[in-house]
Design a protein around this ligand. Structure first.
Ligand code: DC
Length: 228
């Protein structure tokens, strides 16, 4: 019996470009499951951080990786991440975790651990998956690949406003946010394995001057090209 084929939509792009906001909205509208792969790298980062494992120490990270079990569960439609049975969802979004996730996602064993999980999730149902390498590596056969971009300043401003709004700025200035973001962008797009880049068959959308609704509409327009 042949496996049932599900639809996958890949959304890639740099930090702060609005991938998750757009992907969440689309997933609701289409009834697809939204999978935030950045949250998986962040879950490992929380573990490394809380166990005093230096992100720069590739050997120590590689040794630790087998002792971490990661689970993803949907609670009231929200993706929750578990590391060794503990729900760490609330700890994923700090600047420290962002940097550790960016550094440790360069290492082959870290990526390999998550790659199988990501592919398995897309085999079970229709998904919208966002990340850096979804269209290029994780789901090269995705029916629709979107690559979102926006200028560095626009993205940092969005992030700054979001942190301010949620009371998570912690004294950081706009320049701090911009600098951290530029560091991560550079690392994410220059690493050897699965760097951030648009797949050849991706549709690139520059969201710098677009509202969320406009971006969503542009993607829905692209979706019209195949039967849902
Ligand atoms: O999307 P995010 O900011 O939550 O991702 C955090 C880090 O995880 C990002 O800096 C790089 C890494 N990442 C990755 O390497 N590949 C992905 N598919 C998703 C995230």
């Amino acid at each position: 019996m042949s496996e049932k084929k599900f639809i996958s939509i890949a959304i890639d792009g740099p930090s702060g470009v609005g991938k998750s906001t757009i992907a969440k909205l689309l997933s609701k509208e289409l009834g697809y499951v939204y999978i935030d792969t950045g949250a998986m790298f962040r879950t490992l980062a929380v573990y490394f951080n809380e166990h005093g494992i230096d992100a720069a120490d590739e050997k120590a990270i590689t040794e630790a990786i087998d002792s971490i079990s990661i689970d993803i569960k949907y609670i009231d439609g929200v993706q929750h991440m578990f590391a060794n049975g503990t729900d760490v969802t609330d700890r994923l979004r700090t600047e420290a975790v962002s940097q550790i996730a960016s550094i440790t996602s360069q290492y082959g064993p870290v990526r390999a651990k998550l790659l199988d999980m990501q592919r398995a999730l897309a085999k079970k149902e229709n998904v919208i998956m966002d990340g850096r390498d979804i269209g290029t590596v994780v789901l090269p056969d995705a029916q629709l690949k979107i690559f979102l971009t926006a200028s560095s300043a626009v993205r940092a401003k969005r992030r700054y406003d979001q942190l301010l709004e949620t009371g998570k700025l912690g004294g950081a200035s706009f320049e701090d946010i911009l600098k951290d973001q530029e560091e991560r962008d550079y690392r994410d797009s220059h690493r050897e394995i699965a760097p951030l880049k648009a797949a050849e068959d991706a549709v690139t959308i520059d969201t710098s001057d677009m509202s969320i609704d406009e971006v969503k509409a542009a993607i829905i327009d692209e979706l019209g090209n195949f039967a849902l």
